[in-house]
Design a protein around this ligand. Sequence first.
Ligand code: IPD
Length: 276
Amino acid sequence: MIITQQDAEVVIAVALDAAGLVQRMRRSGGLEVKSKSNDIDLVTAADVACEHFIREALAARFPAVGLLGEESNRAPTEEYFWVVDPIDGTTNYANNLPHCAVNIALQHQEETLLGVTVHLAMDWVYYARRGAGAFVRQPNGSEERLHVNQADRLRRALLTTGFPSTRGEVADDNTAEFTYFVQHASDVRVLGSAALDLAFVAAGISAGYWEFGINPWDVAPGALLVREAGGLVTDYEGAPWTLYGRRLVASNGQPGLHDALLGGIRTARQTLLAAD
Ligand code: IPD
């Protein structure tokens, strides 16, 4: 299956319509915030409605393609499938913090062919087709190719991260890694959307991002964005990140920086093990 720019436009249109739906639901109130695996792992009525909308809209155009969605979370049996996070940054959304995204990737088994991330409040469309580069499109239609930045060491690198929803229940909660990078990097931000964290690495806004406990729907589109923008996406050991990998490090690909990210994580996690 060759993914054309025309296919990408169909998916972008679906993602923008989905973003519109989510924004209308927020404005009309009654978010119906509920919890999932524990009381800080949230889902709203808009997450469920948006995933349903995306499923129907994509099935109408691509009937043979399966779907792995955050809210339905059923393993697809099809060779080609969509990976969908209807709202990445649900906690932000539930608190009216306008930093969240609709996230859609097209997979051929473990290989991501297309990634689309729409910033809900800004209507920025980040998208990448495998082998064809990564782009951001503004609401006025203007488009720019994305390139990672050149920060080559931690002291020059703005980083982002996120914390697992098991925090407070287990010692291994990313605070050791966070402390290390707060002390060694230019700075660290916790923005609440892994999808946008990766889009920002691709766009050269931040130089790196790490997180564990992530799911394919949080990061599949963004990993392609970063790779197509010239960056590197690995696991915590430095091997290429794969779709179901729960630990991810993304960077601008500068060897000095990526190695420093892996080394920092290793050092921080050793401290954690020593304290066990
Ligand atoms: C979450 C966000 C957050 C990250 C979590 C994800 P969700 O996704 O991406 O930034 O730290 O690991 O689960 O639940 O809002 O779709």
